[in-house]
Design a protein. Structure first.
Length: 355
């Protein structure tokens, strides 16, 4: 019995000289080799996925064991959990969980998400009818017994960032009002990554605005004295994080494509705001929102030199092809202002949703 125990100990232990002082050369470090089996690995084949509002998208995620080609050991059920990471990574929003035949989706994802399961080790998440709020980073977590591993995938949406301030004027929105202002205009409050990409594409705006992480920033491509100083370098200027209830700024909104038709209503006369609302309604549509004119301009190349009412009471017009008398220097959604709704006369932009 003693000899058998000795053989077992020899099979899991060995000794080597201590690398330190020579006076300690008789000391030995004992190594214990544990056989825990193959390590569970979770891998996302792509770290960033692009989609657009209304489409379907697959967030890739596969799991396997490091030293085998099998999906699992067979001794434990595999649990797959998808969560969405918040901007500060301190909280996670539950999206979908699966274990055996059990499936559960959460919140706005209910009825829109499922696992692709193209193979026994495929934990990829399919999101249907993508919404603006789906933008962000997602974590795929696979758990088998005491082992687990994760991978993170970013879902980006094709769209446009635009600055927004209400009729009250510049710097009148706290963070919560800024969020609602974007929602009211068929958009969401933009993230830093979205604003950064917009800056790289040429967005230059001197008014500071809220972003989704609670910071206040603004993009400058042409440094000048009132906007950080003319001797500074181009970039996204950061005011830092401010009190979401008391501090007031503008906001940067983000919108993507829409499921409908945006158009300028041909009408025999110019209209007051109330007449514009009624005219769109009679045409089987609604007066268009600011996010919709920006999406039509940026994503569809919509071009019209006629100023028209929008839902928030502002008057704007989209120019994709700069020309004399119609934004000669740049392609842009031109802002006329917030005219008197009862007395000023303009055209109107309408939006008809597809069923």
């Amino acid at each position: 019995m003693m000899s058998l125990l000795f053989l077992v100990l020899i099979s899991v232990c060995w000794a080597e000289p201590h690398p330190g002082n020579s006076s300690l050369e008789d000391e030995r470090i004992i190594h214990i080799q544990e056989e825990n089996g193959p390590r569970l690995l979770v891998v996302a084949e792509q770290a960033k996925i692009f989609s657009q509002r209304g489409g379907n998208v697959t967030l890739p995620c596969k799991f396997y064991h490091e030293h085998t080609t099998t999906a699992g050991s067979g001794t434990h059920k595999i649990r797959v959990k998808w969560t969405k990471l918040t901007s500060d990574y301190l909280k996670e929003v539950d999206v979908f969980v699966a274990m055996g035949h059990h499936r559960k989706s959460y919140g706005k994802y209910q009825g829109r998400v499922f696992l692709r399961e193209s193979s026994e080790n495929d934990a990829s998440l399919v999101i249907t009818n993508v919404m603006l709020e789906d933008y962000g980073r997602y974590k795929c977590e696979v758990i088998e017994g005491l082992e687990d591993d994760t991978a993170v995938v970013a879902l980006n949406l094709e769209g446009v960032v635009f600055p927004y301030s209400p009729r009250l004027g510049r710097y009148n929105l706290n963070f919560h009002e800024a969020q609602q202002a974007c929602l009211d205009q068929d958009s969401i409050i933009a993230s830093f990554d979205q604003l950064y990409e917009a800056w790289r594409s040429g967005l230059d705006w001197c008014n500071a605005g809220w972003l989704s992480d609670g910071s206040v920033q603004y993009p400058i491509t042409k440094p000048r004295e009132p906007c950080g100083g003319k001797n500074t370098v181009p970039g996204v200027r950061n005011y830092g994080f401010w009190d979401k209830d008391k501090s007031r700024y503008d906001v940067f909104c983000f919108t993507s494509n829409f499921n409908g038709r945006f158009y300028y209503l041909i009408h025999p006369t110019k209209l007051t705001y109330d007449e514009a609302v009624q005219a769109c309604s009679k045409d089987g549509a609604q007066i268009a929102k600011v996010g919709q004119i920006f999406a039509a301009w940026k994503l569809l190349g919509y071009d019209r030199c006629d100023a028209g009412w929008l839902a928030d009471g502002s008057v704007r017009y989209p120019i994709s092809k700069p020309r004399k008398r119609c934004s000669p220097n740049e392609a842009a959604v031109r802002f006329v202002g917030f005219p008197d709704k009862k007395h000023k006369l303009y055209g109107v932009y309408c939006f008809r949703a597809y069923n």
